[in-house]
Design a protein around this ligand. Structure first.
Ligand code: AMP
Length: 230
C-alpha cells in the first residue's frame, strides 16, 4: 500500500502516520527526517540543505525531488510506503505523479488531516512536556488535556510531574512560516493536495482521498482514519 499524508504542523500528522505505518507494515518516509540525518552525517546533501532548513525555508526542488524519488526506489519501500512531508508544493506533486506513472507504481491513498490554523498554532504553543513521561498529554490551550494546578504551579495532569515547554514550540515566527507554506492554496502544500484531488477526480477516484477532521483526540482520529483505509 502506498500512501501520501498531508496535515499542518500541529495536526497530529506524525502521530497518525506512525499508527498507519505500523498497522500496514509499510515504510515511513519523512522528508524532514532524511534531511536531518544528512545534516547530522555532514553529507553533501546535508550541507546544501542546512541553510534553508535553519531559516525554515523549503529546500529547493532540485535537491528535494530527486532525494525523495530515489528514496522510494530503495528495497524497504517495495512493500509500500507512507510519504510524509513531501510533496510540499505543486511542482513536487507533479514530479511525484510523473515518477510514479513512469515506474508503474500505484498511489493508493491520499490522507488529508484538516485543522484550522489557529487551533494548530495553539496546539503547538500550548504543548507542555512532562519530566516523567514525554507522552503524557498536557496542553494549556486544550481543555480536555489541561495540566492540573498544584500550589499555584501547572503540573502534569497524569502524574503531577513538572512541566516544561519545548523551545522550538514557542517560536511563533517559525510556526507561522511553516503554516504560511502549508495553508497556501496557490503555491504551497494545499496546492499539492488540490492537485491530487484533481488527479483522483479524473481517474475515477484513484487515488482514494481520505479527508479527516483533526480536531478530535488521537484515538478518535486514528479510529476514523483506519476505518477508511480499506
Ligand atoms: P519537517 O520535519 O517535515 O517539518 O521538515 C523540516 C524542514 O526540512 C522543513 O522546514 C524544510 O526546510 C525541509 N523540508 C522537508 N520536506 C521538504 C520538502 N518536501 N520540500 C522542501 N523542503 C523540505
Amino acid at each position: 500500500m502506498n500512501i501520501l499524508i498531508f496535515g499542518p504542523n500541529g495536526s497530529g500528522k506524525g502521530t497518525q502516520g506512525a499508527i498507519v505505518q505500523k498497522k500496514y507494515n509499510i515504510t515511513h518516509v519523512e522528508s524532514g527526517v532524511i534531511f536531518r540525518e544528512n545534516i547530522r552525517n555532514d553529507t553533501e546533501l546535508g550541507k546544501k540543505a542546512k541553510e534553508y532548513i535553519n531559516k525554515g525555508d523549503l529546500v529547493p526542488d532540485d535537491i528535494t525531488i530527486p532525494m525523495i524519488l530515489n528514496r522510494l526506489k530503495e528495497n524497504d519501500c517495495s512493500n509500500g510506503w507512507l510519504l510524509d512531508g513531501f510533496p510540499r508544493n505543486r511542482e513536487q506533486a507533479v514530479a511525484l505523479k510523473k515518477a510514479l506513472d513512469k515506474e508503474n507504481i500505484k498511489l493508493d491513498f491520499v490522507i488529508e488531516i484538516h485543522l484550522d490554523r489557529e487551533i494548530a498554532r495553539n496546539r503547538i504553543m500550548g504543548r507542555r512536556i512532562c519530566e516523567n513521561d514525554g507522552n503524557h498529554p498536557n496542553n494549556i490551550f486544550i481543555d480536555t488535556i489541561k495540566p492540573q494546578e498544584k500550589n499555584g504551579k501547572m503540573v502534569c495532569r497524569v502524574c503531577s510531574g513538572s512541566l516544561s515547554a519545548r523551545s522550538d514550540d514557542q517560536d511563533e515566527t517559525a510556526i507561522n512560516k511553516r503554516h504560511d507554506i502549508y495553508y497556501n492554496t496557490d503555491e504551497g502544500t494545499l496546492s499539492a493536495v488540490m492537485y491530487f484531488k484533481e488527479v483522483s477526480r479524473q481517474n475515477n477516484g484513484a487515488p482514494a482521498i481520505i479527508e479527516i477532521d483533526g480536531t478530535a483526540d488521537v484515538k478518535t482520529v486514528s479510529e476514523d482514519l483506519l476505518s477508511r483505509l480499506k
